[in-house]
Design a binder for this molecule. Sequence first.
Ligand SMILES: *[C@@H]1O[C@H](CO)[C@@H](O)[C@H](O)[C@H]1NC(C)=O
Ligand SMILES: *[C@@H]1O[C@H](CO)[C@@H](O)[C@H](O)[C@H]1NC(C)=O
Ligand SMILES: *[C@@H]1O[C@H](CO)[C@@H](O)[C@H](O)[C@H]1NC(C)=O
Ligand SMILES: *[C@@H]1O[C@H](CO)[C@@H](O)[C@H](O)[C@H]1NC(C)=O
Ligand SMILES: *[C@@H]1O[C@H](CO)[C@@H](O)[C@H](O)[C@H]1NC(C)=O
Length: 578
Amino acid sequence: MRFTTFLSALGLTSLSTARHAPANSTFLNPVLPGWHSDPSCTRVDDTYYCATSTFIAFPGLPVYASKDLINWRLASHAWSRDSQLPGVSWNTWGQQDGMFAPTLRHHDGEFFLICEYLGQSSGSIGVVFRTRDPFDDDAWSDPVRFETDKIDPDLFWDDDGKVYVATQGIILQEIDLETGEMSQPPVQLWNGSKGADTVWPEGPHIYKKDGWYYLLIAEGGTATNHAVTIARAPAIDGPYEQYAANPILTNLGTSEYFQTVGHADLFTDTQGNWWGLALATRSGPEWDIYPMGREAVMFPVTWEEGAWPVCEPVRGRMSGWHLRPPSRDVPGDKPFNADPDFYAFTGEDARIPAHFMHWRVPREGSFTTTPRGLRVVPSRANLTGQIEHDNLSGRRGLSFVGRRQTDTIFRFSVDLTFDPDDANQEAGVTMFLTQYAHVDLAVQRTGSGARQLRFHAVGNGAPELTELSDLPDDLAGAETVRLWVRAVSPTLFELAVGGTEDGDEGVVVGSASAKLLSGGTGSFVGSLVGVYATCNGNGDGEECPDGGDAYFTNWRYTPIAQFISANESVPADVHPRP
Ligand SMILES: *[C@@H]1O[C@H](CO)[C@@H](O)[C@H](O)[C@H]1NC(C)=O
Ligand SMILES: *[C@@H]1O[C@H](CO)[C@@H](O)[C@H](O)[C@H]1NC(C)=O
Ligand SMILES: *[C@@H]1O[C@H](CO)[C@@H](O)[C@H](O)[C@H]1NC(C)=O
Ligand SMILES: *[C@@H]1O[C@H](CO)[C@@H](O)[C@H](O)[C@H]1NC(C)=O
Ligand SMILES: *[C@@H]1O[C@H](CO)[C@@H](O)[C@H](O)[C@H]1NC(C)=O
């Protein structure tokens, strides 16, 4: 027993621990709550790493690290500098282009993250980023580019040293990681479990186990038909024989709260037991309201020698292989996913927190910390923008910054100091899915000179709503105004003003159904909550008129509860914390 403890403390595997396995553990899904689509995971010694897709959000391609598979700390973003792909972000029109599903792998002391950037007029750009230090954004390389027109690249090293990329289709090519050169022609490996009738065979990952090449894929599309299927072959290029009991994982045709389960990746823990992460949507089979979009869920896998893997179906409450005790002893200084935020932004060493995201690369100098708080220089484009105009489209540096909604029920508040000169200047808080789906509460100056509140909601085909109202009397002359966004139920957001002390949550100005922020123009992404500033098209070129900078301080995001089924919620901090 003591020997076992000693070994696991060192992160080593031993046969004796596998044979006399300790009791199974229970845990809750999602393990990476909030928008975390297309998870790809790997283990290095006693640390697990997962990357997820981020589309046009920036910085993109977060890599999380964990020692216990439950507490996940943001380690770095593989894509954090415009210079890694110069000009590409500002050239992207679509709300759901950008960085599609990545694969994260470790080989010979180095991490490799392969992905594809969609949405350039020249087509997709295949990218391979690499680093020896996954805890430092700056350590990620500029990408080696490769040519492809199929999404979801996998990266697989064979025992003979050859490196392969499998993509949607499912096709296979050898890649030269130094040059990005791909072997031609691609070899088609498998059409999926329904042969040529398979819908969207994609998201491949290849594993070699017990002399077999296993090909795990996603099928059915990323909505409620999503499923994980598998085939295997004695050689990497086939012939692949599919598992008779496919799909090995899906919630299709069930009444489960967790739907769209698919796009999985599998790995072993330090004891040699298998696990997988997949994406899922907390929507129930109605698949109607799910503002957090596609989140990452974990499931245990039983994979005996020579046999096919058996995946435990995805639910809110799970049990599976023994998990090590909760641990936050993970390297790095970035936040753990789904932790509360509190940032004053005013201190000398204040920085923009690592988990904050923009919609495309921001304009240089738009976000700085100052003694008055986070200064946001407005963009000429408002949150919706006019896509046909360069500088009004939001493609070129939309002045928005936010964090993921990681909890079904949460409170977000921030103090805004904003005294604009000009009637078109506006600054406030937003619940943001895409430029065409967001719910906002802003302070604005009226033509007559007073400040007023502007509540605005757009999304998912609903009629656009704008309501102007006076500031409450006690705030009319106040320099600083507190604004709130609250998810008060799984289906309703409330935006409020005022309130200062604990328990005083101000006055509700407007509310919006979470359906506005579910699917539609944002079916691949998930909601962010944050702040913005705009001059609504005034000014010239890229510049707003002077006098419209907004200052935000006391940024608070407070997780309250997670729904793990349609009628069961747990306190948001239920994940064990040491
Ligand atoms: C996939 O389907 C197409 C169309 O039927 C067929 O030509 C091809 O051979 C199939 N590929 C494999 C690997 O079975
Ligand atoms: C522990 O979990 C694994 C993975 O789901 C399963 O195969 C095994 O049967 C479980 N053991 C017990 C005793 O429940
Ligand atoms: C956004 O700004 C444009 C001017 O760039 C304006 O025409 C449009 O009405 C604004 N949209 C909203 C929702 O305020
Ligand atoms: C956008 O702004 C840039 C920089 O000020 C300017 O060079 C460019 O002409 C503007 N584009 C349009 C269409 O106004
Ligand atoms: C939750 O809902 C399910 C399905 O409607 C029902 O079977 C179950 O009894 C409910 N549980 C609770 C605790 O209400």
